[in-house]
Each structure stands twice: as structure tokens, then as C-alpha cells.
Design a protein around this ligand. Sequence first.
Ligand SMILES: Nc1ncnc2c1ncn2[C@@H]1O[C@H](COP(=O)(O)OP(=O)(O)OP(=O)(O)O)[C@@H](O)[C@H]1O
Ligand SMILES: [Mg+2]
Length: 85
Amino acid sequence: MSTRVDENGVIVEIGDTGPGMPKEVQARAFEPFYTTKDVGKGTGLGLDISRRIIVERHGGEITIESRPDETVLRVRLPLRATTTP
Ligand SMILES: Nc1ncnc2c1ncn2[C@@H]1O[C@H](COP(=O)(O)OP(=O)(O)OP(=O)(O)O)[C@@H](O)[C@H]1O
Ligand SMILES: [Mg+2]
């Protein structure tokens, strides 16, 4: 994980060395209830909730960069809050 600041805001990157996300999974990853996990294992809500908090609530951005042995989720949050507490 790394954190930094640039002219556009605060950037947090969270990476892992798991199986990666094929393009078709990346394209649907933020859909509510979309999961590739076994029945009863994943809700498919993790990234939907993250997107709602980061993008809709805070006006930020969340992007995926992934290849077969590495996935990085990059979160950008604006420095100036656009929402009330
Ligand atoms: N770090 C990751 N590496 C590989 N695939 C991922 C990663 N994060 C998400 N995915 C893919 O995106 C899908 C949707 O992710 P999301 O977090 O919304 O739900 P989930 O992980 O399946 O369920 P839950 O978050 O409830 O455990 C996952 O099922 C998986 O296919
Ligand atoms: Mg998840």
C-alpha cells in the first residue's frame, strides 16, 4: 500500500499479488452483486460500496490496474471536501 498527494488530491494505492482481474471482470467489478466467488462466499458488494463512498459521497475516483499476478486499486480523494460531515 502507498499514499501520496498530488495537485488533484490524495492517492491511496492498495495492491495484491493474487490471481488478477481479467478485463471482463474489471468491467463489471463495481456492479452490485457481481461476484466471481462461490455461492455463499462473496456478496459482490465490496467494490460497489467502495465506489459509492469514494465516488458518490466524496467526489473521488477509484480505478483498477490488473495483470495476472498483480492487482492495484487506486483511490483518489479530493483535497477539498465537497460534502458536509
Ligand atoms: N483484488 C482483487 N483481485 C482479483 N479479483 C478481484 C479483486 N477485487 C475484486 N475482484 C473481482 O471483482 C469481483 C467483485 O468484487 P467485490 O469486492 O465487489 O465482491 P466480492 O469480493 O466478490 O464479494 P465481497 O466483497 O462481498 O467479499 C470479485 O468477485 C472478483 O472477481
Ligand atoms: Mg470484495
